[in-house]
Design a protein around this ligand. Structure first.
Ligand code: SF4
Length: 514
């Protein structure tokens, strides 16, 4: 049956021409056909600017928040007026948005922003496809410090209204950011005087030079350069005088590039020209509520100014202020008490420092102060040899009174080589009496509650420091001088706070409206 069916089928197709059917496989290989790239042509390409970036793009959030700010302090500085001559000015809202967006991407160079605004979709969207020159951007960033402070306050007000700032618990900390100056730019007083004398001689030589020797434009430019150098050197000399007048400063040289920066210890253990950036962070959502920049590498004197800066920025004081041992001084404890702030900190333990001092003095352990007995009735100390150390005076400092006692019979004492080998007039002992406010602080810091709050400090206070360095890339200032360094720190803090608002308010709202 099957054989019959096959025979019939063969018969059916025997006259058909199979070569007319398309061949599946070519016996001869052909070249692939590729679209050509033609660059010598002009194309008009329509762009819908608003669709350059998606709905959830950060640039939209930045534009939205800058639109809700009162930027009148910036608009007051715009020279171009309607009906007046000249080109219209760039909108301060745009310039603020461009800087905030750029900082958020770790870009802090005005030239880089100007370059990106020619082709990057987010920048094109922000500028409406009209690139902004780098001079405009650079001038805007470093101008109007008061307006920038106001901008910081405005953003803080938005965060507060969104419930991101409570002022219940504020953590304060400092971080050192490198200055825009190399270590090789530091000079001592003698060399500065030499440079100033050279600059003065150059100015004089230019004044005496014949008019025909130089084109007026070049002459003017050179005169300005020499004058500016002389001003910078004189400023450096002034800063050096300032450093020398400070009691504890050991710095004897100053940078001729940025005379206002100081040599400070870095987290890597090295030393570099830097500024000490002080940030106060609200513990609720880690918003930065106050920023300042100091030339002091030590934090001991910076706690009270931090309290004032918080009040200046937010209009009120925090309930609790948490600081580390570097900031906790008796002065800080008293300053907090005066302002009604509950200070949480840690008074540095000086025991180790004292023991080192005793070792250097070659005092044997058996003659450390704890082996001397205090007799409060007679106000004297009794030494291990049972001799009397009489009261010799006192000194009063904020938060403490130091009483001094001196031995009268030490000269012929057999224990003198172990007790006070180098003291010509006999052994000295000091007794510190703390102010009751300081005593209350010490007692408070022994409680579990205060210890628990203090333990939160590192996580909260160090977060914005690390974020500004790691995410915003602000490891070194681009601008020079204390004032401009503070402005750069403000720009970074504004960006940090706006990013916080985007993450906690803008994005969740967008998800809901959907
Ligand atoms: S040196 Fe003076 S203070 Fe020290 S044990 Fe002798 S008497 Fe006492």
């Amino acid at each position: 049956m099957l054989e019959e069916l096959v025979t019939n089928l063969e018969g059916l197709f025997q006259d058909y021409d199979f070569s007319s059917l398309p061949q599946k496989k070519q016996t001869e290989e052909k070249k692939p056909r590729i679209r050509p790239i033609q660059r010598n042509q002009m194309i008009l390409h329509p762009i819908e600017v608003d669709r350059l970036i998606p709905e959830y793009h950060e640039a939209r959030a930045i534009w939205e928040i800058t639109g809700s700010l009162d930027l009148s302090c910036y608009y007051d500085h715009v020279d171009a007026v309607e009906g007046g001559a000249g080109a219209p000015a760039f909108d301060p809202r745009l310039l603020v948005s461009l800087w905030v967006y750029s900082y958020s991407k770790g870009i802090s160079s005005s030239r880089e922003i100007a370059r990106l605004s020619k082709y990057d979709p987010a920048y094109q969207w922000l500028t409406g496809m009209r690139p902004v020159g780098y001079h405009t951007l650079a001038d805007f960033r470093s101008a109007h410090k008061d307006s920038l402070r106001q901008l910081f306050v405005e953003i803080l007000a938005i965060l507060t209204s969104e419930g991101l700032v409570t002022m219940e618990r504020v953590m304060h900390d400092g971080t050192r950011i490198k200055a825009s100056a190399g270590r090789d730019t530091f000079r001592g007083e003698k060399r500065l005087h030499e440079y100033i004398a050279q600059a003065e001689a150059q100015v004089k030589a230019m004044e005496e030079a014949c008019e025909e020797e130089m084109a007026p434009r070049i002459r003017k430019a050179r005169e300005r350069a020499v004058r500016e150098r002389k001003e910078r050197l004189s400023h450096a000399l002034g800063e050096l005088e300032k450093i020398k007048s400070q009691k504890r400063s050991t710095q004897t040289r100053v940078s001729i590039t940025d005379p206002e920066c100081r040599i400070m210890g870095q987290s890597d253990g090295g030393y570099a020209p830097a500024y000490n950036v002080q940030l106060s962070t609200d513990a609720h959502e880690k918003a930065i509520i106050a920023v300042s920049v100091s030339q002091s590498s030590a934090d001991q004197t910076l706690c009270a100014p931090a309290m004032d800066r918080i009040e200046e920025t937010t209009g009120r004081l925090p309930e609790k202020l948490v600081v580390d041992g570097g900031f906790t001084t008796r002065n800080a404890i008293l300053a907090a008490e005066r302002r009604g702030i509950d200070l949480i900190g840690s008074l540095p333990d000086t025991a180790a420092i004292r023991i080192n001092a005793f070792r250097e003095e070659k005092i044997a352990e058996a003659f450390y102060p704890e082996h001397f007995l205090f007799d409060p009735e007679r106000n004297v100390y009794i030494c291990p040899e049972e001799k009397i150390l009489a009261h010799r005076g006192r000194s009063i400092h904020p938060g403490k009174t130091t009483y001094r006692y001196q031995g009268k019979e030490c000269k012929n004492c057999p224990s003198k080589p172990s007790c006070c080998p180098h003291a010509a007039k006999g052994r000295f002992i000091s007794r510190i009496e703390n102010d009751p406010i300081v005593e209350a602080f010490i007692a408070k810091m022994k409680t579990d509650e205060a210890k628990a709050i203090y333990r939160q400090r590192g996580e909260v206070a160090e977060f914005p420091n690390a974020w500004i360095k790691e995410k915003l890339g602000l490891r070194q200032f681009h601008m020079r001088g204390l004032l401009k360094a503070e402005m750069e720190a403000l720009w970074a803090s504004i960006t940090y706070n706006i990013k916080l608002w985007i993450r906690l308010c803008w994005k969740p709202r967008l998800e809901i409206t959907g």
